[in-house]
Design a protein around this ligand. Structure first.
Ligand code: FES
Length: 142
């Protein structure tokens, strides 16, 4: 199991361009497994993740008790068929909230054990070589 850094990369550039859109960084600056936190001027930043080539964005606010969700470590889904017989699946897709260690599916923003409890998601697109965060549009739940 690999654990990725708890601290995201430095915040992206200030908002510019079309209202409601933020050019976060270039696609090369956000390779698979990395994240980039964006200060959107509110109480909570938004973090863009590259999850195995899929770009997703979550508000840095845990739906459990308000922890800094997007600063948690990222790892696999761990299951066990029997005591001591662990299986590691979906490497790099599970985000652990640093406050109480609840696990969230990065691609949906929802808690694994309580799928009705989800972090706010945002749409992310790529225009040219730029990663674009759409701050007024929710991302698709899968
Ligand atoms: S605040 Fe995130 S798990 Fe409790």
């Amino acid at each position: 199991m690999t654990r990725q850094g708890h601290e995201p990369a430095a915040p992206g550039p200030a908002p510019r361009g079309t209202p409601g859109e933020i050019a976060v960084c270039t696609l090369r600056e956000l390779p698979p497994g990395e994240r980039r936190e964006v200060d959107v001027g509110g109480r909570h930043a938004i973090c863009v993740f590259n999850v195995g080539g899929t770009l997703v964005a979550l508000r840095n606010l845990c739906p459990h008790r308000g922890g800094a969700l997007t600063r948690g470590f990222i790892g696999p889904l761990v299951t066990a068929e029997a005591p001591g017989r662990f299986r590691y699946e979906r490497e790099g897709e599970i985000l652990h909230c640093p406050t109480h260690q609840w696990e969230f599916d990065l691609k949906t923003g929802c808690a694994l054990h309580e799928p009705r409890l989800c972090a706010k998601t945002y749409r992310v697109s790529v225009r040219g070589d730029q990663v674009i965060l759409h701050v007024h549009e929710g991302g698709p739940r899968r």
